[in-house]
Design a protein around this ligand. Structure first.
Ligand code: FES
Ligand code: FES
Length: 190
């Protein structure tokens, strides 16, 4: 439901920034859960909470986050490691969650877009994307933000070209790149 007092544009921005879904979880889940053939139990620390689950050994981390834990903020774009929509942090480092199996991460700390805000306050990078209008449709935005947050701790140069290079694994089909770079720059200057 649209919150009172928010115009449509702001509402869409907030849902994209927080990983909130514009499609209902039920509708996304209904897109098909394959049956578990080779079951294995894994225990992940997801956004600070221990989550135990039985997964198919072939299940990617991306699919497990979405289908087992119903964390739909992490998006599936290409499912081939080419778009960055599925970016999450594993033990503090960004990875494409479509390229790794859930069973490889037993005991690992996973941070998704849902885990960035604290005490109801957006992470500074989420706030910067909102401030700089760094999104249009918002589909790539969770992955962009997860990469941008990881970038803050990486040896990335200060020029716009450096930021573009460090963010080059995250594709935006809407072409919001100039504003994404502006958002990253603004947080790096804090
Ligand atoms: Fe993982 Fe595109 S969905 S890189
Ligand atoms: Fe639409 Fe990036 S905002 S794909």
């Amino acid at each position: 439901m649209k919150p009172d007092g928010l115009d449509r544009r702001l509402f869409l921005n907030l849902t994209a920034l927080s990983g909130a879904v514009s499609i209902s979880p039920e509708a996304e889940a209904a897109q098909g859960k394959p049956g578990i053939i080779n079951k294995q139990t894994v225990s992940l620390v997801v956004n600070g909470t221990i989550r135990k689950m039985a997964v198919d050994t072939r299940s990617t981390l991306l699919d497990s986050l979405r289908e087992n834990l119903e964390l739909f903020g992490t998006k599936k774009g290409c499912d081939h490691g080419q778009c960055g929509a599925c970016t999450v942090h594993v033990n503090g480092r960004r990875i494409n969650s479509c390229l790794t199996l859930a069973v490889m991460h037993d005991g690992d700390a996973i941070t998704t877009i849902e885990g960035l805000a604290t005490n109801g306050q957006l992470h500074p990078m989420q706030a910067a994307f909102l401030e700089q209008d760094g999104l249009q449709c918002g589909y790539c935005t969770p992955g962009q933000i997860m990469s941008a947050v990881a970038l803050l701790k990486e040896p990335c140069g200060n020029s716009d070209d450096d930021i573009r290079e460090c963010m080059s694994g995250n594709i935006c089909r809407c072409g919001a790149y100039p504003n994404i770079v502006a958002a990253v720059k603004s947080v790096r200057q804090i």
